[in-house]
Design a protein around this ligand. Structure first.
Ligand code: SF4
Ligand code: SF4
Length: 135
């Protein structure tokens, strides 16, 4: 009984929002690390995918949002296919991006991109980046 009360306190409003947006139960994760060991973006992430899940279990959503992890995530779904608990980690990363984007927090600052640099990228890459990384 005491454990149930504590769990509900930890599953705070932001954690519930992530679960609602992603359709996932973050407390199903048992920290096996298979998501992180298969993720191709890990070298560039400040937090590993399994660490994101662990912080969610502690209610530390703002700590996750301070990191670059949910932005660096390439939505490749490798983590999702590897999770033995059938957690869609890619959907959780998308939910975290949504939390930021709904506050108009852009990851990509378009006015700061050098025009000559921008001209080197394929238009489809730019359109994808603008759609994913800006509000
Ligand atoms: S693979 Fe699934 S259960 Fe394992 S650490 Fe990642 S999210 Fe948790
Ligand atoms: S969907 Fe994101 S977190 Fe999952 S393996 Fe791909 S890059 Fe890593």
């Amino acid at each position: 009984m005491e454990f149930k009360i504590r769990a509900e306190e930890i599953r705070n409003e932001l954690v519930r929002k992530v679960e609602e947006l992603s359709g996932q139960n973050v407390f199903a994760c048992y920290q096996c690390g298979k998501c992180s060991s298969g993720c191709p973006s890990v070298p560039y992430m400040e937090l590993l995918p399994n660490q994101v899940l662990r912080l969610l279990q502690f209610g530390k959503v703002e700590r996750i949002l301070q990191s670059n992890t949910h932005w660096i995530c390439a939505s490749c779904f490798v983590c999702t296919t590897r999770c033995p608990k059938d957690i869609d980690i890619a959907a959780i990363m998308e939910a975290l991006r949504q939390l930021d984007l709904r506050k108009n927090r852009d990851y990509l600052k378009i006015p700061e991109i050098d025009g000559e640099e921008m001209a080197k990228f394929p238009p489809i890459a730019l359109v994808s980046a603008f759609r994913k990384l800006t509000a």
